[in-house]
Write a protein that binds this ligand. Structure first.
Ligand code: DC
Length: 230
């Protein structure tokens, strides 16, 4: 069977990574969580004094980019986890404080250029499922299957809130909702690679869908695309 590239884009907390991971496991494809890469760069900025008065110091971060090394390594369960300069930061990057600064960091063109190049190299020649905001529009404009996931901001905030509570983070629903809305605003309005549906992407609103329905819908689309290329 031929390998294809599957791009899954959409708003934050639409469950993109859950379905992308399931799909990659089922197809035995490589899975790349590009949001984790933007989050790890943000964590680096936070840990190295590049956030001043709640603002990201763009110049300092751009100057430090050559010293930021990101890679994914599989843990004992076979799950790929992100490493920042050799240290596993998979848990640290999910905290709400990282979520608050990641969208401004993702507006920086130099950051995007570095990460997009790395993402394109990861997909090269292999079956890949990649999720993010600009995969179908910028990273892999020729991807054989493009999915654009949406859900209401309230639905997404509720999911994210429950996830953070489950991890033991003390957060309020209102703060999570505001973070989701603020990230939507920045992600869709930035000048470089704004979040938008590629013209050939299939839109899936999963507000009322359970995980299983969503997985089977996208798996069927993937199977059709794979068969179509044989
Ligand atoms: O998918 P996520 O919520 O972990 O992504 C975190 C942020 O990173 C999101 O607010 C926008 C940014 N991002 C991006 O700009 N481009 C991508 N391909 C992936 C994420």
């Amino acid at each position: 069977m031929p390998n294809i590239t599957i791009a899954i884009d959409g708003y934050s907390s639409t469950g993109k990574s859950t379905v992308a991971k399931q799909l990659a496991d089922w197809l035995d494809y490589v899975y790349v969580d590009t949001g984790a890469m933007y989050r790890a760069v943000t964590l680096y900025a936070m840990q190295n004094g590049m956030i001043e008065n709640e603002t990201v110091n763009r110049e300092k971060l751009i100057a430090a980019l050559p010293y930021i090394r990101l890679d994914f390594q599989k843990n004992e369960n076979g799950k790929a986890e992100i490493h920042l300069n050799g240290k596993n930061v998979e848990t640290d990057i999910r905290h709400l404080d990282v979520s608050e600064y990641v969208s401004p960091v993702a507006t920086i063109s130099e950051v995007r250029k570095k990460l997009v190049e790395q993402q394109q190299a990861m997909g090269n020649g292999m079956g890949v499922v990649m999720d993010g905001r600009d995969i179908g529009t910028v990273v892999f404009p020729d991807a054989e299957l493009k999915i654009f996931m949406t859900a209401s901001a309230e639905q997404r905030a509720t999911r994210r809130y429950n996830e953070l509570l489950g991890r033991g983070d003390a957060v309020s629903y209102q703060d999570v909702l505001e973070n989701v809305q603020e990230r939507d605003r920045i992600d869709t309005s930035r000048a470089d690679s704004p979040l938008r549906k590629a013209s050939d992407a299939i839109e899936i609103d999963n507000s009322e869908m359970n995980l299983e329905d969503q997985f089977h819908t996208i798996l069927q689309l993937a199977k059709d695309r794979i068969a179509g290329r044989v």
